[in-house]
Design a protein around this ligand. Structure first.
Ligand code: B12
Length: 283
């Protein structure tokens, strides 16, 4: 039917891809879409054009099985070598975001699994995560976006949660997409988070859009709940977004007091924050 529009979920079903893939097509401009309230609609004709076009590559992503030896470089503390792997991936068309989400995060997961199985020592893991942190910082500085910001997001891991890398990675991805990020990092006491958010609410600058809390270990979920309580007590009015490896699903996040669940990947966090903004996205 001419002029017929579909939801992103319907479009995903028709294309036989995941919802997030269609969302990425929209975000990267491959698939035209119109906003209706808080959701997107796409024209069936645009969907037909997309599916009959030559293979779609929204953003180059790292291919499985062709992963360079980033893991080996991290484990021997070879920062220059790790950076060379990153640069080679960027030069071959991998986006900086994909470098973090599709290459670095699985590499760290593999290191964690090998530590859990006893193959690697704590020292091996510490050395690798130190280099990983520096890599994330260097990439952040290199790809920072200038210009008008789309809003401010406060990012933190709750008290007792020492995994700061997920916060650093999430912060980079949000910054690259035009957000101002107040990055509080690991182990942020509930009262300190609430105070930082209160001062951000009254600060000049891009409007505060959300507070996002990352839970990587199960033990931090209770601390995240306390953080939400402190935020509410302090009068925080913006939505609290919660995600990370420790949260099984949205139900668990909501039980911990979150308004919005941001999944387990930085691009899901970005999608959740994007949903809070209105108007057209920058290219
Ligand atoms: C490095 C590391 C550490 C370092 C952290 C260094 C640092 N500064 O970050 C140190 C040494 C401190 C550490 C300590 C521990 N660790 Co550790 N660690 C890891 C390791 C190897 C990598 C973590 C990482 O950075 N991953 C990469 C990122 C990208 O992870 P991610 O979860 O995909 O992050 C994404 C999501 O959070 C998503 N996201 C979705 N929504 C939102 C919302 C927000 C706001 C944000 C920011 C992000 C976000 O975006 C992120 C980026 O893509 C993992 C292995 C693994 N599977 O990840 C173990 C791992 C997480 N650690 C583990 C454990 C057990 C521990 C310890 C308990 C060990 C111990 N006995 O002491 C302690 C706990 C300390 C504590 N109290 O928090 C377990 C957790 C098991 C569990 N289910 O609870 C893991 C999975 C290892 C394993 N296989 O057993 N660890």
């Amino acid at each position: 039917m001419p002029g017929e529009t579909l939801s992103l979920a319907e479009a995903a079903q028709l294309l036989g891809v995941h919802y997030m893939t269609v969302y990425r097509y929209v975000r990267t401009g491959l698939l035209p879409a119109q906003r209706e309230g808080s959701t997107w609609r796409v024209a069936r004709s645009d969907l037909t054009a997309l599916s009959s076009a030559p293979p779609v590559r929204p953003a180059p992503r790292v291919r499985r099985g062709r992963r360079p030896s980033l893991e080996g470089r991290l484990l021997v503390g070879d920062e220059a070598g790790a950076w060379a792997v990153a640069e080679a991936a960027l030069a071959s068309g991998t986006s900086p975001e994909s470098l973090l989400v599709d290459l670095l995060a699985p590499t760290l997961k593999s290191i964690g699994d090998r530590w859990e199985s006893g193959e690697l020592t704590v020292a091996d893991e510490h050395r690798a995560s130190g280099v990983a942190f520096r890599l994330v910082g260097r990439l952040g500085a290199r790809f920072n976006r200038r210009g008008v910001k789309r809003g401010t997001v406060v990012l933190a891991a709750p008290a007792g949660e020492l995994h700061g890398l997920p916060v650093a990675i999430g912060a980079n991805v949000l910054r690259w997409h035009g957000y101002e990020v107040v990055e509080l990092g690991a182990d942020t006491p509930a009262a300190a988070l609430a105070a930082a958010v209160a001062s951000e609410s009254s600060a000049r600058g891009p409007a505060l859009l959300a507070v996002a809390v990352a839970c990587t270990t199960g033990a931090s979920v209770a601390a995240a709940r306390e953080a939400v309580a402190a935020l509410r007590e302090e009068g925080c009015r913006v939505p609290v977004v919660m995600g990370g490896a420790a949260l099984a699903d949205g139900q668990e996040a909501r039980r911990a007091g979150a308004d919005i669940y941001s999944g387990r990947r930085a691009d899901e966090l970005l999608a959740a924050v994007d949903e809070l903004t209105r108007g057209p996205r920058p290219p």
